[in-house]
Design a protein around this ligand. Structure first.
Ligand code: AMP
Length: 207
């Protein structure tokens, strides 16, 4: 049950309203480990509830803390605009009774609007790699304060040629942080990319 996972009442209320009666397999296996600070190497496809498996504990972890201007406390990287939007929608639903702030950095939305949100301070940044690097180069966001990094759909990131961008982003992140790395498939190449980002991860595979 979600009630047994150590989540605050606000999160339990929003989950309840969404009609999530019990955690999916990936949620059951990942949420307790994420809450105690462990890195995750997760192999799960879309449709398994994988977005909730990182959004729910991320919100629980960030709930005790405060955002600073231009220095997000967490970063979720997704390969496409559509995926980043889906992640942000899940965040908004679970965050319904809490006050965490989020910015979505994707193409097709004006820099000005994104810049305004960043200047006011966000707890969660959801971004595609290219748009995030654009903001970093413009100096509108600093990622050296990120305590929690999520890489979503790493295999698609690889197929789309975004791994060099992810490596560039990783160099600007603090070494001491928690990292959650998800992919629909776990090839040797994906594992090697994961090795550079994760420290002693718990591996979770869902069929
Ligand atoms: P995802 O695998 O993250 O793309 O999620 C697939 C769908 O499952 C989404 O529509 C979610 O809203 C839904 N979902 C996520 N977690 C649960 C849950 N515990 N119970 C029922 N539906 C869920």
């Amino acid at each position: 049950r979600f009630e047994d996972l150590g989540l605050c009442n606000e999160i339990l209320s929003s989950i309840n309203e969404l009609g999530y009666t019990k955690p999916t397999e990936i949620q059951k296996k990942s949420i307790p480990d994420i809450l105690v600070g462990r890195d995750i190497l997760g192999c799960a496809q879309t449709g398994t509830g994988k977005t909730g498996s990182f959004i729910i504990p991320l919100i629980e972890i960030l709930n005790s803390g405060k955002s600073k201007s231009r220095m997000p406390r967490s970063l979720i990287i997704a390969p496409t605009r559509e995926l980043a939007m889906q992640v942000s929608e899940e965040f908004i639903k679970i965050n319904k009774y809490l006050k965490l702030k989020m910015a979505l950095l994707i193409g097709g939305i004006s820099f000005g609007e994104q810049d305004f949100k960043l200047s006011k301070g966000v707890d969660v940044l959801v971004a595609t790699p290219g748009r995030l690097l654009d903001h970093i180069e413009r100096g509108t966001v600093l990622i050296k304060d990120v305590k929690l990094l999520v890489i979503d759909e790493a295999d698609r990131m690889l197929d789309m040629g975004f791994i060099p961008d992810v490596i560039k982003i990783n160099k600007l992140l603090p070494k001491i942080r928690q990292t959650l790395f998800f992919s629909a498939t776990l090839s040797n190449e994906i594992r090697n990319i994961g090795k550079d980002l994760l420290i002693n991860p718990k591996e979770i595979s869902i069929n």
